[in-house]
Design a protein around this ligand. Structure first.
Ligand code: FAD
Ligand code: SF4
Length: 502
């Protein structure tokens, strides 16, 4: 069951076969698979429960309640990369665009070879992926839900003769409310809180929202439980302690928190815990059209292209609320207000190079993650290439002006040829307005304990009975949107855990 934790004021002690920390795509799959296999499972999630009935279109109000660090997290280094992770039952699946894709075979093979992953094959991973996507009900975005902003991107891609396809998403009866970032108001999005979490609960898992793990309890080189705090729903300050004793602990707190919890528990993985932070380096162009686009109507991200897949980047239509995107508009004062009034004439196209830059995360001020990344010139060059493709697509779709969001290039482009500068001039990383919402690597998987944190079955090399199941185990970026692959890896590990402890 999903416990009501708002009123708990007394310290609690529980025992279970497995304690899972975090309820995002990684944790939710593990909880459901293990509960269905007959093990007793406790899930601790630091965020509250959210239902579509209390979703809001006001990003400020929503982010402050349901996003980590109020949605204002950034990777800092030689530039600024905005990076969001949710804090809510269901994790970041609740706020994402529900695009589901598989890790490309080439990258999986690369991992198997380079990180000497044993017992993993492309065929096996594809089976896990197909099962989780069938359970989610993944399908191509229907025409009726596309809305004008996705259709203009489609038109642009078709006119250029480029690859063009509807994005496959985990939705049912999507109304195209374009509100995926602040949770789906109609409940159409097949997030973890409406799929794997209720199924885990039905199979007997005990799920505790507003319960934040503090550290992992260890004895003689094994994990034996978790110490956590129940949080006040308003202040999010601890008000009672929770201790769970378990035969195994699964850490699925996401790419920022999983390494912090490991370090707090004295596990450093030869210095690798928290290092190797990597991610897809996202940029976007805005196109202004004569006709009304009304971007708030249509799936948030409904259309895409793999034209530049061979270069390690995909192109996708995008919509986010004006309160998030309007900082990109040109001008100040009255000029800016005029642009803002035009927001219903904009369509947006985004791209996310795979990313070869590396960084790290560690516990910073106020016990929150502090994330650092130095974006290198190779990633900036790939971002410029992807951005040019976005600009060209929007012009081909009929845009009259395009804002590439690259300092040093014209802020407003009036014709496609102006985008040539993105390839003829070299722009340093600080020129771009980067977003990194697909982030990985801080508990990297590999067979060598000297260079990785978890083994091929996601068990921490230096601590038996402790597993990591989230995007932090991916050694590199994967080009494609990661949720489906995170779920596939978690399902594989869950079956391994079930075999050992059942
Ligand atoms: C705006 C946005 C759009 C995206 N769109 C897509 C998309 O369309 N398709 C796609 O594939 N990917 C998308 N992603 C990325 C995808 O959502 C994430 O990669 C994925 O959710 C990561 O899953 P996870 O289980 O690793 O972590 P998360 O989903 O982040 O879950 C981790 C959970 O652990 C909890 N937690 C953290 N610390 C603790 C603690 N100490 N105690 C208890 N609980 C804790 C957190 O509150 C959180 O709920 C998007 C991301 C964003 C931000
Ligand atoms: S586009 Fe709107 S209706 Fe469709 S899944 Fe996203 S929020 Fe829900």
């Amino acid at each position: 069951m999903i416990h009501k934790t708002e009123d708990i004021t007394n310290d609690q002690i529980r025992t279970a076969d497995v304690c899972v920390i975090g309820s995002g795509p990684g944790g939710a799959v593990v909880a459901k698979e293990l509960a269905e296999s007959g093990l007793s499972v406790v899930v601790l999630e630091s965020g509250p429960q959210l239902t579509h009935r209390i979703s809001t279109r006001d990003p400020g109000a929503f982010f402050s309640k349901y996003m980590q660090q109020g949605g204002l997290r950034a990777l800092l280094g030689n530039t600024f990369l905005a990076s969001m992770q949710a804090e809510v039952i269901g994790g970041t699946s609740e706020v994402n665009s529900a695009i589901i894709k598989m890790i490309p075979n080439k990258i999986l093979k690369e991992w198997i070879e380079e990180y000497e992953l044993s017992g993993i094959s492309v065929e096996e991973m594809r089976q896990h992926y197909e099962i989780v996507t069938a359970e989610l009900g993944v399908r191509p975005t229907e025409d009726e839900a596309q809305g004008p902003h996705n259709k203009l991107v489609k038109l642009g891609l078709e006119r250029l003769g480029w690859d063009s396809h509807p994005l496959h998403r985990a939705v049912r009866n999507c109304e195209g409310a374009s509100d995926c970032l602040t949770a789906c108001p109609s409940g159409a999005k097949r997030t973890m809180s409406v799929t794997f979490i209720p199924r885990a609960s039905e199979a007997g898992a005990d799920i505790y929202p507003l319960c934040r793990a503090r550290y992992i309890l260890r004895e003689g080189g094994r994990a034996v439980g978790v110490r956590a705090d129940f949080l006040d729903p308003e202040t999010r300050q601890p008000r009672a302690e929770m201790t769970v004793y378990a035969k195994a602990v699964v850490l699925s707190a996401g790419v920022m928190w999983s390494p912090i919890l490991l370090r707090r528990s004295g596990i450093k993985g030869n210095g690798w815990v928290g290092k190797n932070l990597c991610g897809h380096i996202g940029v976007a162009a805005f196109g202004l059209f004569d006709e009304k686009v009304d971007g708030w109507w249509g799936a948030s991200q409904g259309w895409g292209s793999n034209e530049f897949f061979h270069r390690g980047l995909v192109l996708e239509s995008l919509w986010s609320p004006p309160a998030v995107m309007a900082t990109r508009l040109p001008g100040v004062g009255h000029e800016y207000l005029r642009e803002l009034k035009n927001f219903d004439h904009y369509a947006i196209m985004a791209t996310k190079p795979r990313g070869v830059s590396r960084g790290w995360v560690r516990e910073g001020l106020n016990s929150q993650p502090f994330c650092w990344m130095k974006v290198n010139q190779a990633d900036a060059d790939e971002a410029a290439l992807g951005l040019k493709a976005c600009v060209e697509t929007l012009f081909a779709g009929g845009a009259k002006r395009v804002l590439p969001g690259c300092y040093g290039a014209p802020w407003v482009m009036k014709e496609p040829s102006e985008s040539d500068i993105l390839l003829t001039k070299r722009f340093p990383p600080s020129s771009f307005e980067f977003v990194a919402n697909h982030v990985f690597g801080t508990c990297r998987m590999g067979s060598n304990p000297r260079t990785s944190v978890v083994d091929s079955w996601s068990e921490v090399h230096t601590c038996r009975d402790l597993f990591v199941c989230d995007s932090s185990i991916f050694p590199t970026g994967i080009v494609n949107n990661p949720q489906g692959s995170i779920m596939a890896f978690s399902r594989r590990t869950a079956h391994h855990i079930a075999e050992r402890y059942c």
